[in-house]
Design a protein around this ligand. Structure first.
Ligand code: HEM
Length: 218
């Protein structure tokens, strides 16, 4: 079970990093690299797009490392610094997301899906910060797991779009459905996962991995 958790963390980190690399093409602001059906919209709204992508990339790149108990134990200062960077990324990326949501492809249902994701992203990150400021470590951990489950929607969205394309499904319909499907299951799973473990066990089940007989954290 613990090695599955470790493998899960590795998969999550690799996928997150790959998506950051994939979307880093946007930093050139070359319209040829933009999401084709939204090119004209993005050209007319480069500022919110840039704000969103810059903040979101930082959050997706830093987020997985916050689940490393080894890093937290060996360098709590690094955990705090990376955590501040992650939350700033969520704040900036979330504001950009809320500015982009009314412009999203797919019509009102997709737009509402992205807007709800943006609000949930800001709320979970803000609550995680509020909890740690009050010294409620276990609650902080729970809310940060929920926050990253939502950040990870950027990965699930792209994987689902690829699967829909491979299955030759109608792009617009798939996009509307995936605007919700990319994050609601992630959030439910994170809520279940963080509730299923009584306080004190969540840390071990999330990040501690016993390697051989010595025992080692991720
Ligand atoms: C988790 C909260 C997020 C929300 C609410 C959100 C929302 C949005 C919205 C509404 C759009 C416009 C979509 C459209 O034009 O149809 C968008 C586009 C985009 N977002 Fe996000 N986003 C989030 C996270 C992320 C993350 C973590 C990344 C990657 C690091 C990211 C990267 C992008 C990129 C690159 C685009 C341009 C479209 C594309 O080429 O995929 N977003 N986002």
């Amino acid at each position: 079970m613990r090695s599955i958790t470790r493998a899960g963390w590795a998969v999550m980190t690799v996928l997150s990093t790959l998506i950051v690399l994939l979307v880093s093409r946007y930093v050139t602001f070359d319209p040829d690299t933009f999401f084709g059906v939204q090119r004209a919209t993005y050209l007319a709204h480069e500022l919110p797009l840039g704000i969103h992508i810059f903040g979101a990339m930082v959050a997706l790149l830093l987020g997985p490392w916050q689940f490393s108990a080894r890093l937290r134990r060996r360098s709590p200062r690094s955990h705090r610094r990376i955590g501040r960077g992650y939350l700033l990324g969520c704040l900036v990326g979330g504001i950009g997301a809320l500015l982009l949501a009314p412009l999203a492809y797919g019509g009102p249902v997709a737009r509402l899906g992205f807007a709800c994701l943006g609000v949930a992203w800001l709320v979970t990150g803000g609550t995680g910060l509020w909890m740690i400021r009050r010294g409620r470590v276990e609650d902080h951990r729970r809310w940060m797991v929920r926050s990253f489950a939502l950040t990870f929607a950027a990965v699930t969205l792209r994987l689902m779009l690829m699967a829909a394309q491979a299955a030759h499904l109608d792009f617009r319909t798939s996009y509307v459905v995936i605007a919700w499907l990319c994050w609601v299951p992630n959030l439910l799973l994170a809520c279940w996962f963080t509730r299923a473990h009584p306080a004190g066990q969540a840390d071990r089940s999330l990040v501690r991995v016993k390697v051989g007989s010595g025992g080692e954290d991720l």
